[in-house]
Unconditional design. Structure first.
Lengths: 351, 337
């Protein structure tokens, strides 16, 4: 932990100390560290198929951590997070396939492009004061425009998308290993942990505190001299960058991307679901939600492969997993509107 | 709130409401501007394609499809205007009606137009049940909650259809369908029927809103739910009925569209997108605006296909959408502020 970060945190904590008790900020970081240590040996224990589930959980979490930064902490409801995921995926794939550039560099480039795109959308949306439903629809429209543009552009291989060329041997530089290699899990874990730490540090930073203030009451924050626009754009850029990493890793793990996978609305929904189910605007919400949702599609796939007698007619059909996602979403919103973690938190604090 | 003079106002009209704003005054300047832009687009499309027939085909198809877009969007905008819900399940309801039509036509051998009545009733009931059962409890919650609930509904309906019907594309044929020549272009009879049906239903909905006690109550709730409650309107009942009417619009549109589109579980989602564009363009809550901008979007889609060759025609629709969102979020025909 760097000293200046501590100093600003202490300063902002002191500024709020009248209203709020000082929060033990190091606890989340400690939990992250413990969890990381516990999870590292996981691929050595899990069978191969389970490891794929674990990797999917991590991609889910990474994408949703980005959504949560923008929509949970920033209070700007994004319905087009596929834009950032897709930009990360397409930048990496394009640089790798067309130019032979390492996915690591592609990932960094994707972060920059996604952050820049987020700033442009954010600037337009905030400049023209889009709120609530209008903001959500605008983000949705931008993601759809990217999808339609990708489908119609030779520049990105139209609707066919990209296959990542297979290498004869494993390579860290090209982020490719034999199928089922634990390296994939470790890289995904490292990226997710990094995103979590960034989101925790962001929240305790001056910028994060100002963002929360602007979320809770933009006018009051502005009247205290907080440049609301600048902090909202910073938040969106950070969120875009985090979610783009999920896209970049996705391409390297599944070795394929096309416009619907990258920019389709189901990707935007997958960014929202874990955070909403785990708890919007909490650090752990997206992670908990991803851990709940990730394995669900495997459970349903197993059920549909060998259905019990009363579900015989559904054998080999798809869609059950998304139905369960939808049911879970409605149940959570109606019964636990703060999500799983939010509800637990409330119960703890009441004691 | 300013109250525009309404020539068709019922005696106990509560206030000027978003759902009637377009009916009261025709914004001639803006209408002229929209028509002007469309004329320029037609001229550019002519220059780009160099063929009069191609352009007139695009215009005829655009208007015919646009009428149905308008009908889909009328239901959506009504729900938004009255319940303040961004209903992401609207397209899923439409898909449900598509499959309902398919089932009624293939399994029971009904004529698609007979299926229309059945579908409208079924979707009305479904809409009422959904509002009552799932949404009613979340009415006082933040906007995002209702949006996410309708999103969950859309996921359940769409994937339920996928689960039971599979992903194979299906189609419904209209008996006696044939091409009809209009203005040098050819349009299928089914398209013309869909357009006519959409106009008739839109007119019926307009009359319902303007001339009946129920319609007046709906407009009153849209203007102010607290005020409506104070004058003795059962707002919860109005919410249920409005959602049901909106869903029935999606059901009607689904039946009218069934002979025109490939019936797949995801077909509805495309219409959700277009319907949102139409709703925003017409001004959220403005029923007449929705019908007019349905036509505009139908034309934009067809002409955009000519102006941006090689790109999806929807791209033009989205460009229009984003411009409207930023420059006139209250819609082309909405009041400013």
């Amino acid at each position: 932990m760097s000293a200046p970060a501590d100093a600003t945190a202490a300063a902002s904590a002191a500024a709020r100390s009248d209203a709020l008790p000082r929060q033990p900020w190091n606890r989340p970081l400690a939990v992250v560290a413990v969890l990381t240590v516990l999870l590292v040996p996981l691929p050595l224990v899990l069978p191969g198929a389970q490891e794929a589930v674990a990797v999917r959980v991590l991609i889910f979490a990474l994408l949703s951590i980005g959504w949560n930064v923008m929509s949970g902490f920033g209070g700007m409801f994004s319905f087009g997070h596929a834009a950032y995921f897709g930009l990360g995926a397409y930048t990496t794939a394009w640089l790798l396939v067309e130019r032979g550039v390492s996915p690591w560099i592609g990932m960094a480039a994707g972060m920059v492009i996604a952050a820049a795109f987020a700033v442009v959308i954010g600037f337009l949306a905030l400049r023209y004061r889009l709120r609530g439903a209008y903001f959500a629809l605008a983000t949705f429209a931008f993601a759809e425009m990217l999808r339609l543009w990708a489908i119609g552009s030779d520049f990105v291989n139209r609707a066919e998308g990209y296959h990542v060329p297979l290498l004869p041997e494993s390579s860290w530089w090209y982020l490719q290993f034999e199928p089922g290699s634990p390296n994939y899990f470790w890289i995904a874990l490292a990226l997710t942990v990094a995103a979590l730490v960034v989101s925790i540090l962001f929240l305790r930073s001056r910028a994060g505190q100002f963002t929360l203030a602007a979320r809770d009451d933009a006018e009051a924050a502005a009247s205290l001299g907080i440049p609301v626009m600048r902090y909202k754009l910073t938040t969106m850029a950070l969120a875009g960058a985090i979610s783009s990493v999920a896209g970049a890793f996705y391409v390297q793990y599944y070795l394929f991307v096309d416009p619907d996978l990258a920019f389709g609305s189901s990707q935007s929904i997958q960014a929202i679901l874990p955070a909403v189910i785990g708890g919007v605007g909490t650090i752990w919400g997206p992670v908990i939600g991803a851990a709940v949702l990730g394995p669900l599609s495997d459970v349903t796939a197993t059920i549909l492969r060998n259905p019990p007698p009363f579900l015989e007619f559904l054998q080999g059909r798809g869609g059950l997993d998304v139905i369960l996602y939808g049911l879970l979403l409605i149940v959570i919103i109606r019964l636990l509107p703060k999500g799983i973690y939010g509800a637990l938190q409330e119960r703890w604090s009441r004691r | 709130m300013s109250r525009p003079a309404e020539d068709v106002a019922a005696p106990d009209d509560a206030a000027a409401t978003p759902t009637t704003a377009g009916a009261a005054r025709v914004p001639w300047a803006r209408a002229t501007a929209v028509v002007g832009v469309l004329v320029v687009a037609v001229a550019l499309a002519y220059l780009q394609s160099g063929s009069g027939i191609v352009v007139s085909q695009a215009v005829v198809t655009g208007i015919l499809v646009g009428g149905v877009y308008g009908l889909v969007a009328m239901g959506l905008t009504l729900i938004f205007g009255v319940l303040d819900i961004v209903n992401f399940a609207h397209g899923a309801f439409l898909a449900l009606a598509l499959f309902g039509t398919y089932w009624l036509v293939t399994a029971l051998g009904l004529h698609p137009l007979v299926a229309l009545a059945g579908n409208i009733v079924a979707m009305f009931v479904l809409g009422a049940l959904v509002q009552r059962g799932v949404l009613a409890g979340a009415m006082d919650r933040p906007l995002e909650n209702q949006l996410l609930i309708t999103l969950g509904l859309a996921m359940i309906i769409e994937n339920g259809l996928l689960l039971f019907f599979g992903a194979d594309p299906r189609s419904v044929a209209l008996p006696g369908d044939r091409g009809v020549a209009i203005l040098g272009a050819v349009a299928d009879l089914s398209r013309i029927l869909a357009f006519a049906g959409a106009l008739v239903l839109a007119g019926a909905l307009f009359l319902l809103l303007q001339r009946t006690r129920l319609g007046t109550a709906i407009r009153a709730v849209a203007a102010s739910s607290t005020g409506a409650e104070l004058v003795g309107i059962d707002t919860r009942r109005i919410y249920v009925l409005t959602f049901a009417i909106g869903t029935a619009c999606a059901g009607a549109a689904g039946t009218l569209l069934a002979p025109l589109v490939t019936i797949e579980p995801t077909t509805g989602a495309q219409f959700t997108i277009i319907a949102f564009v139409v709703v925003v363009l017409g001004g959220m809550g403005n029923v007449v605006g929705a019908l007019v901008s349905g036509l505009v979007i139908g034309l934009a889609e067809q002409l955009g296909g000519l102006l941006l060759p090689g790109q999806s025609p929807l791209l033009a629709v989205f460009i229009v959408f984003v411009l409207v969102l930023f420059l006139r979020p209250q819609g082309l025909f909405g009041r400013s502020g």
